[in-house]
Design a protein around this ligand. Sequence first.
Ligand SMILES: Cc1cc2nc3c(=O)[nH]c(=O)nc-3n(C[C@H](O)[C@H](O)[C@H](O)COP(=O)(O)OP(=O)(O)OC[C@H]3O[C@@H](n4cnc5c(N)ncnc54)[C@H](O)[C@@H]3O)c2cc1C
Length: 321
Amino acid sequence: MTFMGANLGKRLWQRTMISLACREGLRTRIEGSDRLTALAERFVAGPDVEAAQRKAEAFAEAGIHTSIYYLGEYVDTEARVEDNVQHIIAAIEHFSHTGLDWFISVDPTQIGYSINEDLGWANAQRIGAALADLPAGRYMMLDMEDASYVQPTITLYERLVEAQVPTAITLQTYLLRTEDDLKRLAAQGATIRLVKGAFVANRRIAHTRKRDIDDAYLRLCLLALSPPMKESGLRPIFATHDDRILNILMPVASATGWQPGDYEIEMLLGVREPLQRQLAAQHTMRVYMPFGAAWWPYSIRRVGEKPAMAGFVLRAMLSKR
Ligand SMILES: Cc1cc2nc3c(=O)[nH]c(=O)nc-3n(C[C@H](O)[C@H](O)[C@H](O)COP(=O)(O)OP(=O)(O)OC[C@H]3O[C@@H](n4cnc5c(N)ncnc54)[C@H](O)[C@@H]3O)c2cc1C
């Protein structure tokens, strides 16, 4: 395949997986069946917070910290939002009694933003209250969803900071607006997780070619490591499995005076785990640890990021368990 062909093929595959993630009927059928459990086992810690704790403890033995995430995104009923919020608060309570180094990742849509912003804001405050009085480093990391939620998520972040809730934010470098967002939020001394972006958007607002997305990621990560950003108190989290880019960033971090504890590298559970263990020897390394029963939309989006996993999904579908 030519580069252009491969690029289009990957985008088509990713769009297909994102649309599968959003199909409610399919999700209910699949989550209730055994067939794709191999997929869940790879990307998800388990059905409950105890399973997440066990996995987190195993990673801690390798010097890897955790960000916990209760699965349940793009929900559209108040009952499911309430269920998510209760599980998130219970997870905070549960992990606060462990000796682990963790923070909690939250998707705005899972706490009400896909219904209305007032509900989302009220729930974000409830989660903030559960984080009050915990040691430094226990904060709410706002994940970033599709482009329609970017401005509401940034507004939510700013309101939480104003309300003195310990909060950090994810920015997606595939979006053209992100350089401005990064500069503005970094100047406020934010903790910012930089990702390439797991969604696809129109070329008016986003890079659409893989090569351009990779270039933008490298450029904005280098900007995050620049001396003015360091002086502003920015704490960057490089959330990528791209070792080519990490191999460029790490020497720059050290030459610019960043200590390993001033920035973090974060990767997903089930992705490049040998690399995670290798990096943990020299850098602050964290693993994103999803748990809960609603594993399908999350796992299938991970498959969308790597077309080569089509075979893995097919085998999981056909396997007899
Ligand atoms: C901690 C964390 C949090 C994230 N939060 C968000 C978020 O809030 N919003 C958002 O839009 N996106 C989020 N993402 C996803 C991110 O945007 C990318 O889609 C994803 O990380 C893949 O991009 P990459 O940087 O790893 O680079 P790529 O170039 O896609 O991958 C680099 C290499 O890593 C391996 N790899 C990457 N992904 C996979 C996979 N799924 N399975 C197997 N191998 C893989 C492949 O070998 C690939 O060659 C997050 C990612 C991480 C690590």
